[in-house]
Ligand binder design. Sequence first.
Ligand code: ADP
Ligand code: ASP
Ligand code: MG
Length: 465
Amino acid sequence: MLVLKFGGTSVGDAEAIAQVAQIIKDTKENDPNVVVVTSAMGGVTNILIKAASAAADGDEQPYRDARSDLLLKHQIVAGQLLEDGVERATYGRMIDERLRSFERLCHSIHVLGELTVRGMDVVSGLGERMAAPLLAAVLRANGVDAEWVDAAEIIVTDDTFGGAAPLLEQTCARSNTRLRSLLEQGKIPIVTGFVGATENGVATTLGRGGSDYSAAILASCLDSTELQIWTDVDGVLTTDPRIVPEARTLPQLSYAEAAELAYFGAKVLHPKSILPAVKAAVPIRIANTFNPKGPTTLVLQDTAENGSVKAISVIKRLSLINVEGKGMIGVPGIAARTFKAVAEVGANVLMISQSSSEQSICFSIPEEDAPGVITTLEQELELELARHYIDRIRAMHNIVIIAIVGAGMRGTPGIAGRIFNALGEAQINVIALAQGSSEVNISLIVDGQDADEAVRKIHAAFFPN
Ligand code: ADP
Ligand code: ASP
Ligand code: MG
């Protein structure tokens, strides 16, 4: 059993989709049980979300444009890859109907002047529901029996719209029944990534970039031998190739390393996709759709480590919140109340550091959460502020976290020294730092303007050419 997931660029145009069909066909020759998960065509989810948001803000043009653009985008591929007139017409009718319902939905959003997260899940999940039937039809055109499956039928989630959590028992039961019956008929199921539904059938999504997560959930339910994430780079590299073009493929990573990298911004793997894989002990292979025979990365159980730093990742557009004051020393509970207030806003704290003197607590959160967090903190700590136990609550915007990851860093002296040397030589100021007790990761905060340069310098220090 293999679960293969193809990302947005992998199904971005006719040429890419033809390539994907070939990969699936080749895989099926060696392994009869193949389940495929697909993302929406590249860029489609963004178009849908933008159009619906514009409708809520009173602008109708974007959704009208989106409807015709998306119709064309999918029809071009169908025109190029589906020779059979019946297949082409059936698919054409289906996307036409989907895009009509998208237009009706956006019209209602416009009339109401309001877009709920729940409504957004219906809109944003449309891209996958147009891509999966297309890929299935292209496979059939290539002589491979395939049938598309709406994940709303098999991935059962809670109702946390915009980032729902799977209910694993129901999901595993349903996916085993539905997908195994297709496999027994010799068919390859082509499942929509990213989407699911509540027990009552209300549409949900697993969060942006969530198709990796969908695939990991199915791989663990089906006890897959391997989960393959097919994307547009040669596996997980030593850093984001958009920042350092000469970054190299890492042949092997442990789950813990992959989790740290994913959590700190290595977009190649969705952070939530690690847990289901770990639980079911399914290895994850990351491969390049456009270079299928090229190098890949295999993520699996922790292995004996010898190296040091494995990779560097960066997470951008953050704010650093600083709660500071000499009166905080020895006052119990300030940290607890600070984070309780942050939790009330629902902000995700990415990194915390507290100086040992207890004069300040600082933590980083996504930039968009900063205003809400500051207001809530000022209310929670009103008394301490009035009494000057706390001098101020400050926010610093446009900061980034750079994470230097590698299990081999454990017990290897001098790593931090090399990092700071590299940054010092480039005169890059480190605003704050934290080292997790796991020692798999050293993360530091620098100004957004220094981000790419800092990544390049650290990369050069550990991976010289
Ligand atoms: P997909 O659409 O296939 O899900 P994504 O765009 O979500 O692909 O993820 C792939 C991208 O992740 C790459 O194009 C690359 O720019 C980015 N990336 C960031 N960090 C890394 C890394 N360490 N290794 C590989 N790719 C990375
Ligand atoms: N199409 C979704 C997104 O753009 C999910 C994914 O591609 O993984 O976020
Ligand atoms: Mg992705």
